[in-house]
Write a protein that binds this ligand. Structure first.
Ligand code: FES
Length: 205
């Protein structure tokens, strides 16, 4: 079963200490924070598998035919929010030119399947799949389009994701910027295409 939902905006403030509370902050923050930028990056949240299947860590199948260019969908896999962003040609172009500002521009660390160890960190350039949890302490980053007026990023911001907890920033391939608390790029989960517009998250075979 798949349905569209709107989750509440995340609470503000620093990351909570309790791991369970932190998870729910991350899970709700993922959808809520992105919803806050919905005019620039439309959000469709889909929670497809049953509770039992989710608990067992089952792979999740996702129809992405309804995902418009620039749109982002969030699904849940193993209790984590997984983002699926359909990047526009402009977003793909914005992945170039700031490699020198990134901590791991070539994705040398094992934060992605081998098939996604490339310039776009994806199986297909236009479809970006990533776990929406900051690699510092587990908060959920917020999508920040290029040209945003957010004072937390510079005027040359290429678009990407900003973690409000301690200020880590990631580009539109989930690559972390240098000198930020997050030690690694965002994690790319194993995934595969079952059909042209159908993804399976959690199983790359
Ligand atoms: S949790 Fe600390 S920067 Fe994201």
């Amino acid at each position: 079963m798949e349905h569209t939902t709107t989750l509440p905006l995340p609470p503000t403030g620093s990351a909570p200490d309790d791991p369970d509370r932190r998870f729910w902050l991350a899970a709700t923050g993922a959808a809520g924070a992105v919803a806050a930028t919905a005019t620039a990056i439309p959000l469709v949240s889909s929670f497809a598998p049953s509770e039992r299947a989710r608990a067992m860590g089952a792979a999740v199948e996702v129809d992405i035919s309804d995902l418009p260019p620039g749109g982002m969908k969030t699904v849940e896999w193993r209790g984590k929010p997984v983002w699926i962003l359909r990047r526009t040609p402009e977003m793909l172009a914005a992945l170039k030119g700031h490699e020198g500002q990134l901590a791991d521009p070539e994705s040398a660390k094992d934060q992605q399947p081998e098939a996604a160890r490339n310039a776009t960190r994806s199986l297909r350039p236009e479809v970006f799949v990533a776990i929406g949890i900051c690699t510092h302490l587990g908060c959920s980053p917020t999508a920040l389009p290029a040209g945003t007026a957010n004072p937390s990023v510079g005027s040359d911001w290429p678009g990407g994701f900003f973690c409000p907890c301690h200020g880590s920033t990631f580009d539109l391939a989930g690559r972390v910027f240098k000198n930020k608390p997050a030690p690694t790029n965002l994690e790319i989960p194993p995934h595969a295409y079952l059909a042209d517009q159908r993804l399976r998250i959690g199983d790359a075979s």
